[in-house]
Design a protein around this ligand. Structure first.
Ligand code: PD2
Ligand code: ZN
Length: 282
């Protein structure tokens, strides 16, 4: 028999949570009253999530939107990437971060670097002394973009990511490759587009907001170069083939998705970043 989640049930679940009863206790009561475990868990999750979102919106935050999410609910050690088994090395709820092991093979890392290297462009800044242009090492702007699906390698990696994070390939931007040399960093920032910036509505016409990021490490710097999440004092080590996935369901600091690329102290660092949009990115 299909079990229907009534407004009364929703209210009861919220009251139980507010009274401090643990999810396990509430689940037990629901099962004792004849609810199937699956429906009870589903009812609790959607009700409490909806309640939190309503509270957040009442406090002036933008509403939460659906985001990519690897299937790590029952704490698997590995995820199915379609053509590759990928390890789950760690997960955090807020900010939503999942650290992935072996997303890419060593060969794929090398092939991505080799394909990107001749297309890297250094950004030039005005040299205050000469009035000419010079490379500014303090700026991390050595980079390039691949077109989505532009080669078999790129398409294969994009399909793997889409399967792992359960988000359409079409919603992904082209992969960006960045190279850092010693002393360079990526100062902490949000990957979503700031709703307060005048240019944001134009940017959002192409696929909507960014809702998730996958940073893939293509080589190993000797020291430094981790990906940091300053709000929670957490840093992911830049290990070749590994990746950090994070998502942000609101374009707001409440997502705690502030993150940066820590300064590379020795060696160089290469990453490939895949940004995910809410909708199709054409
Ligand atoms: O290189 C990184 O670790 C890093 C840090 C912050 C990459 C990005 N952001 C990004 O590509 O958005
Ligand atoms: Zn970033």
């Amino acid at each position: 028999m299909a079990q229907h989640i009534t407004p009364e049930l929703r209210q009861w679940i919220v009251e139980q949570a507010q009274a401090g009863h643990s999810p396990e206790t509430v689940l037990q009561s629901m099962k004792s009253s004849g609810w199937s475990e699956d429906v009870a868990i589903q009812a609790m999750e959607t009700t409490l999530q909806g309640h939190l979102d309503a509270q957040a919106v009442a406090q002036g935050l933008p509403p939460a939107v659906p985001v990519p999410e690897p299937d790590v609910g029952d704490s698997p050690l590995y995820l199915d990437g379609g053509d590759r088994r990928v390890a789950v090395l760690g997960a955090m709820a807020l900010p939503r971060v999942v650290v992935l092991g072996g997303l890419l093979s060593d060969e794929e890392c090398e092939q991505l670097i080799a394909a990107a290297r001749p297309r890297m462009s250094r950004s030039l800044t005005v040299a205050t002394k000469t009035g000419g242009e010079e490379v500014n090492d303090a700026r991390t702007s050595q980079g390039m973009f691949f077109q989505r699906g532009e080669s078999a390698l790129v398409a294969r990696i994009e399909a793997r990511i889409a399967k792992l994070i359960r988000w359409p390939v079409e919603n992904g931007e082209g992969i960006q490759v960045l190279q850092y040399v010693p002393g360079t960093e990526y100062k902490p920032h949000y990957d979503y587009f700031d709703p307060a910036e005048p240019g944001t509505p134009t940017i959002l016409k192409r696929g909507g907001q960014r809702v998730g990021t996958v940073v893939m490490y293509l080589n190993e710097p000797e020291k430094g170069g981790g990906t940091s999440f300053p709000d929670v004092h957490f840093e992911v080590a830049p290990k070749r083939g590994n990746a950090v996935f994070f998502s942000y369901d609101r374009a707001h600091a409440a997502s705690k998705s502030l993150h940066g690329g820590s300064p590379v102290i020795a060696g160089e660092k290469w990453i490939a970043t895949k940004w995910l949009r809410e909708g199709e990115f054409r």
